[in-house]
Design a protein around this ligand. Structure first.
Ligand code: GMT
Length: 383
């Protein structure tokens, strides 16, 4: 198949999922065209079957708000025509599904009467935050209803979308995935651990875009409590608006020498697999891709019991779940785990088993392929 993929190319779970999906599909022989305003962050180096088309947004003095969605729609239609795309797959509804809808209409009305079905994948804040804003809700709902296929990354997000958007479409849950051959624990990483934990300290890690929804200061609070009981270090991977607050909190608590801000990382698995425990204290996660990536690397997640997280983590078996803001309970779980080698190893093994049995690319990518085929069949039947 020839598939156009649009996503936010910067750091953020939806862009990561879209890029990894494109890479996996390309490896399976599909021709993939990324159509975005910048090269997706995980799209490094040349890859066979992958093309990248940048969306140029003209800036005129009149445009206080340059109309990116229109430039995107135009580029989608151009690329579809030039490269004979079979379908578009947009990640994150706002504004991508609106642009895809316009591109489909433009081509259908063009001289070739070309069909360009599009699939929308809902990721989370496009529904739970942005989509709830009255200035976006009606158009988001409309573009979702207009999609030729809609997927959501968890049962939670599917149900919430159906309930709050009162949408008539059938939404298929296709969970996020991880490449279990790449995201694997480097059992010989003892030497690399020394860089951050020179005296054999335990390593906790947090990975996110440091937005308020991630409650990164809770990760620092948890670490502070753990650090009082066990020699430990905290690695913070990513960057974003709450970084200074977290840095300041670490300084106030006198633990800043034990907290390493690693910034944005391309090869996340290399850093993740140095850690023992992942802290994911988010206010909300429709899925929680960071937890899955950690689990594949045998890093035990301690997360909040919100959104789609319990669909992946079984409390006390493959990780631990606590209420939002309950840093004492999260710290207690971490101390229990980190002071008991057998429990840590058993839980880490169970976490990896969950990733392998339910969320590996080998399980999920064929589901997307089937989904595309059905969308194309339905679209052909309508002609
Ligand atoms: O919250 C983020 O990290 C960014 C956001 C996005 O769309 O880029 O993430 C959402 O999509 C991820 C990938 O599907 C999910 O793993 C996250 O749980 C989801 N974030 C929220 O629901 C807050």
């Amino acid at each position: 198949m020839k598939i156009g993929i649009t996503c936010y190319p910067t750091y953020g779970g939806s862009g990561v999922v879209a890029t990894e999906l494109g890479l996996e599909l390309a490896q399976r022989g599909h021709e993939i065209h990324f159509i975005t305003y910048a090269q997706p962050i995980r799209l490094t180096g040349p890859h066979p079957n992958i093309h990248y088309h940048e969306v140029e947004v003209s800036r005129y003095p009149l445009f206080d708000y340059p109309p990116y969605d229109l430039a995107l729609a135009t580029r989608m239609a151009e690329v579809a025509e030039l490269y004979d795309l079979d379908l578009l797959h947009v990640h994150y509804a706002i504004p991508h599904s609106v642009s895809a809808m316009l591109a489909r209409q433009m081509l259908a009305a063009g001289p070739k009467r070309r069909k360009l079905p599009f699939v929308t994948t809902l990721h989370g804040t496009d529904i739970t935050l942005v989509g709830q804003d009255r200035s976006y809700l009606p158009i988001t709902r409309y573009s979702i209803e207009q999609s030729d296929g809609v997927t959501a990354i968890s049962q939670y997000l599917r149900e919430r979308t159906l309930r709050e958007f009162d949408i008539k479409n059938n939404i298929q849950v296709i969970y996020n995935f991880v490449n279990c051959d790449v995201y694997v624990r480097d059992e010989g990483a003892a030497q690399r651990r020394l860089e951050y934990a020179p005296n054999g300290e335990r390593i906790l890690v947090h990975l996110s875009n440091f937005r308020p929804v991630k409650r990164i200061t809770d990760a620092v609070e948890v670490f502070d409590r753990v650090r009082k009981k066990i020699p430990a270090k905290l690695l913070l991977i990513g960057d974003g608006p709450d970084r200074s607050r977290a840095e300041w909190l670490a300084v106030q608590k006198g633990i800043h020498n034990d907290v390493h801000f690693l910034g944005k990382q391309d090869q996340v698995h290399e850093k993740l697999s140095l850690a023992d425990v992942l802290l994911l204290p988010s206010e909300l996660e429709s899925f929680g891709l960071a937890a899955l990536e950690a689990m594949a690397c045998k890093v035990v997640p301690i997360a909040t019991n919100v959104g789609g997280i319990p669909e992946m983590i079984e409390n006390g078996v493959s990780g631990y779940l606590a209420d939002v803001g309950d840093v004492d309970t999260m710290a207690r779980y971490a101390v229990e785990l980190l002071s008991d080698d057998a429990l840590l190893a058993k839980t880490a093994k169970a976490a990896r088993a969950v990733a392998q049995s339910r969320f590996c690319t080998s399980k999920i990518i064929p589901v997307y392929e089937d989904f595309y085929r059905r969308v194309l069949e339905r679209s052909a039947e309508r002609s």
